[in-house]
Design a protein around this ligand. Structure first.
Ligand code: SF4
Length: 331
């Protein structure tokens, strides 16, 4: 019997499904993006089932512990001081307030609690407080995650000692498109922080954003770069740009939802054992698109009405969607 699961010429066979590789070439990733949609989704779903229960979704909650006033110039971000978006700069939250938010997130069903601060990099005195927050959240029985900007290796070690499980630091886009999105730090800076996080023994959460005016080839470059990290990031958030008034990307053309689903599917195939998170952009996404994303191998979402400063579906809406699709929180 012919076990091809892709059109003739692609030479994709069932035996290749779900093997973890860090040597994906751009040509291979490009060929995945070019597959007919049914072949791509079938392949992604087959890979997904090899490593995960397809009815389980990992639930994370994200809290902004220090909002606004960031000196970086990420073109999508309402928290940058370079853009007039109406986001006001706040001080770092208190440890008690963060613990209270984490308790509420746990009671609402979250398994992981992510703390985000709008910094280029944390100052050591701020890190003392963040380490206390991490220890407090961990003591509640939640997985811990933080996103604080660039880290030195010493800072990464301190966070690990405090109980940090995951560190989020996205590559955002392809190396070629990066300069059109951020000028205040380099792609290599990001890779260096990821190295420090990995060396400290913290799991890596690293993904990107689509819908920022990038080409399909940039999406290929982004996934190929993520899939060349060795080991792969344990968590891969794929975000759909939320166009915020006042940012340079406020008038970016919207991405076709099926192209977004394709990006999820290619991420799933190239990083078979990673949790692929259907991340920002769900507020404006139809249920049918989200269902296709789950079918394409997404198995994580952010839960709660706000993602840092942008809206996210509220918990009731997500619970209703998960019930409708027969999905349950990952244990
Ligand atoms: S994405 Fe992060 S680093 Fe970039 S401007 Fe926003 S808060 Fe700062």
């Amino acid at each position: 019997m012919d076990d091809r699961i892709a059109p003739a010429g692609h030479e994709l066979r069932a035996a290749d499904l779900g093997i973890v590789r860090t040597d994906w070439t751009r040509a291979e990733v490009r060929a995945l993006f070019a597959l007919p949609f049914p072949d791509l989704i079938f392949r992604a779903q087959s890979v997904h089932r090899r490593h995960f229960d397809p009815t389980e979704v990992q639930i994370s909650t994200l809290l902004s512990i220090k909002t606004g006033g960031c000196p970086e110039d990420c073109a999508y971000c309402p928290q940058s001081v370079h853009y007039d978006t109406g986001v006001k700069a706040d001080k770092l939250m208190s440890v008690d307030a963060v613990r209270a938010e984490a308790t509420a997130a746990k009671n609402a069903g979250a398994g992981r609690f992510c703390m985000g601060a709008a910094w280029r990099e944390p100052k050591d005195r701020d890190l003392d407080k963040v380490c206390e927050m991490v220890a407090g959240v961990k003591a509640l029985g939640l997985e811990t995650c933080a996103t604080l900007g660039m880290l030195t290796s010493e800072q990464a070690r301190r966070l690990k000692a405090a109980g940090l499980d995951y560190y989020n630091h996205n590559l955002d886009t392809s190396p070629e498109h990066y300069g059109a999105i951020i000028t205040t730090r380099t792609y290599q800076d990001r890779l260096d922080t990821l190295d420090h996080v990995r060396a400290a023994g913290i799991h890596v959460c690293c993904g990107g954003i689509v819908g920022m005016g990038e080409s399909v080839e940039d999406r290929v470059g982004m996934i190929a770069t993520l899939a060349s990290l060795d080991p792969h990031p344990e968590s891969v958030p794929i975000n759909m740009l939320v166009r915020v008034a006042g940012t340079p990307l406020e008038t970016s053309a919207t991405i076709d939802p099926l192209d977004f689903v394709r990006t999820i599917a290619v991420a799933r195939i190239c990083m078979p054992k990673s949790t692929v998170r259907l991340s920002a952009g769900r507020e404006d996404m139809r249920e049918e698109t989200q269902a296709l994303c789950f079918l394409a191998g997404a198995n994580s979402i952010f839960y709660g009405p706000k993602l840092l400063t942008t809206p996210n579906p509220d918990c009731d809406r997500d619970r209703a969607l998960m019930d409708k699709l027969g999905l349950t929180p990952m244990s």
